[in-house]
Design a protein around this ligand. Sequence first.
Ligand code: S3P
Length: 166
Amino acid sequence: MRIILIGFMGVGKTSVGRLLSKKLEFDFIDMDLEIEKSQKLSISEIFNIYGESYFRNLEKNLLRDLLKKDNLVISTGGGVVASKENIEILKGEENVIFLDAREETIIKNVSNDSNKRPLLEKDLESSIHKLLKYRYENYIKCCNYIVNVDFKNIEDIVKIIESEVL
Ligand code: S3P
């Protein structure tokens, strides 16, 4: 079994994925961390030095590799649904969970470390609004389950996934 967490920046994909994998005794891969390790650069450095399309290519190749594995929880980056090919691949998966949140929740969660997220501009609210508007239907297109994370802590979200999805 493979569980793939998708959703916008700041919805808790990494923390939820890590705890869920522990409970299930599955391996855990956070795609951004994996890319940072392989490139020996932070995500911001990769964007600054090589540009977004280079990063998207690394992300696409990594997703393909990971989908060959089993007993795994994968936390994707928020932009994994920016590629049509990724959407098609994710549609073929059985357990794609969309962690959904209101814009207010996202703004609150990313405001402390927005400098680590190269696609967010100084005007956080409007950049989140623009990106989310364009991506929302893509998250919906490729997920099998939607879990709303507003006002919930990581434990609560994992419990919902365990009871409703697994
Ligand atoms: C991105 C989200 C980030 C990271 C990169 C691009 C996006 O991941 O992959 O900065 O396009 O939404 P998180 O969703 O883990 O912040």
